[in-house]
Design a protein around this ligand. Structure first.
Ligand SMILES: [Mn+2]
Length: 301
């Protein structure tokens, strides 16, 4: 097996804001590129290609679109996610690693469903304040970015199915969760998904939490990291649509990435929910770039 760490990296933007109701997150890919993502990765010796953005319609174009009850823009989101899925399949076919820049988290329906086609068995690390495990039946908001994991497991109605493979409960570990809706909490317990919460991090320390996650994913050959920037505390990442205090410090987030880099199995990364309108001088996008460079091999010493 050629080591993961020498394979080139392909970047795509998914400027989608259809999965939630605050404007601005569609500018996330520009903000992260402006913060110097490609240069930072090249500086650590990586070959990086940027393929530009996946085509995403603006909400203004969707006035006449059919709507699914309590899953806003489900049809349009699914179309974008199908294109995102196809882009990920190309990365898989070329044996490239991939970074997808959001956009809101609903785009992960495309990235993860595509990554499930990697050779061997895929594991997913979902690093997020929220579990994104609602379904249209139980979602308080109807926002699809809060349903992605349920959709990936085949628990959402047909518009929210992309690709042929479903994610299994033992293929995903959630880290840094601290804000669940009441019925979502019940659903996630019943589904048997392993959730490593902020309390686990407080009690055991981040290094032990990440090592536990990697042990639980011991039988996977490739790992997709879905990093929601709202997992960071709003004092370090203010530019997100749903800030919740009590989040990760920048160092805790770096440590996740550094330990994953040492592990060597990471094949793809989502960086989602950067909202430049709500940000302060692009610091959330800059944090995203720093974290990506740690994940792909930047070392302090
Ligand atoms: Mn999320």
């Amino acid at each position: 097996m050629s080591t993961h760490t020498q394979r080139p990296i392909r970047i795509y933007g998914v400027p989608m804001d259809l999965g939630q109701n605050r404007r601005g997150v569609d500018m996330g890919p520009s903000a992260i590129r402006y913060a110097g993502l490609q240069k930072r990765l090249e500086r650590i010796g990586l070959t990086v290609h940027d393929s530009g953005n996946i085509r995403v319609p603006g909400p203004e174009e969707l006035h006449d679109d059919p709507q699914y009850e309590n899953a806003c823009n489900a049809f349009a989101i699914a179309e974008v996610c199908q294109r995102t899925h196809d882009a990920m399949l190309q990365c898989v076919a070329a044996d490239e690693r991939a970074i997808f820049l959001g956009g809101d988290h609903s785009m992960a329906l495309g990235t993860v469903s595509g990554a499930l086609n990697r050779e061997g068995r895929l594991g997913v690390l979902w690093i997020d304040t929220h579990a994104d495990f609602n379904t249209p039946e139980i979602s308080p908001s109807g926002n699809v970015h809060g349903m992605v994991v349920a959709a990936l497991m085949g628990r959402c109605p047909p518009p929210l199915r992309v690709g042929e493979r479903l994610l299994q409960a033992d293929q995903i570990i959630m880290i840094a969760v601290r804000d669940l809706d009441p019925l979502e909490k019940v659903a996630i317990r019943e589904a048997g998904i392993k959730v490593l919460t902020m309390r686990d991090i407080d009690e055991n320390g981040m290094a032990n939490v990440v090592r536990a996650a990697l042990r639980l994913l011991g039988n996977v050959t490739a790992i997709h990291v879905s990093f929601d920037m709202d997992s960071l505390d709003p004092t370090v990442a203010p530019g997100v649509g749903t800030p919740v205090f009590g989040g990760l410090t920048l160092r805790e987030a770096h440590l996740i990435m550094e330990l994953l880099a040492d592990d060597g199995r990471v094949c793809s990364l989502d960086l989602v929910e950067v909202n430049p309108i709500l940000d302060e001088r692009n610091r959330t996008a800059e944090a995203a770039v720093e974290l990506a460079s740690s994940l792909f091999g930047q070392r302090i010493l």
